[in-house]
Design a protein around this ligand. Sequence first.
Ligand SMILES: C[S@@+](CC[C@H](N)C(=O)[O-])C[C@H]1O[C@@H](n2cnc3c(N)ncnc32)[C@H](O)[C@@H]1O
Length: 201
Amino acid sequence: MKKEDFFGYVADGYNPIIRPRSEELLKEVIGKYKPKRVLEIGTYIGYSARIMLECDENLSVVTVEKNENNVENARLNLKIFGQRVQIVCADAIDFLTNLCQKNFNSEQSFDMVFLDGPKGQYVKYLPYLKKILKAGGVLIADDVLFYGLVNTNQKIEHKHRTIAKNLRLFLDNIQNDSDFETKIYDFEDGVSVSVKKQTSF
Ligand SMILES: C[S@@+](CC[C@H](N)C(=O)[O-])C[C@H]1O[C@@H](n2cnc3c(N)ncnc32)[C@H](O)[C@@H]1O
């Protein structure tokens, strides 16, 4: 599928979708780990969900998006996948806290999480994502280097300062968590791939 074929339902012309090398990495990770149940945070209009669903017919996706208009477009774009995709219209933190509060059991856990929602919130989501991820599961986070602002020593514009600080904290936390093995890919806006160790709880 070509990207330009996908945007029949886009109204606003603003397309914050996964970039080409990150998309290739996402496909490689799916090919390697063969996840069956995937959680995506940040659906937008369903482009990356569709990429994942097309990778493997045994894969299903739960994808969370807070913007109702995006959800409507994603429903149209992902209709062909039927029951394999569930689009949840919610703020990601509400979705995650609800999931973790109800007697969370292993049947609700995920083999993979693709984190592509609000960048400043990744660090807040991390404890929940760790909980819902199976041992051996993989967490991919997009845009973790955020226009190069996460690793820069230069003064960051006020509007990006909190996001850069929170992303640094996210990367510190996940890299120093002995239950995860993390690799950071320094291309496009940066992608981290973290595998939850088999021995972790
Ligand atoms: C980068 S876009 C996702 C792109 C999509 N994953 C793709 O590659 O096709 C981020 C999306 O997260 C959504 N979003 C922002 N804050 C959110 C929140 N608190 N909860 C859920 N979704 C949120 C935005 O509306 C936007 O559609």
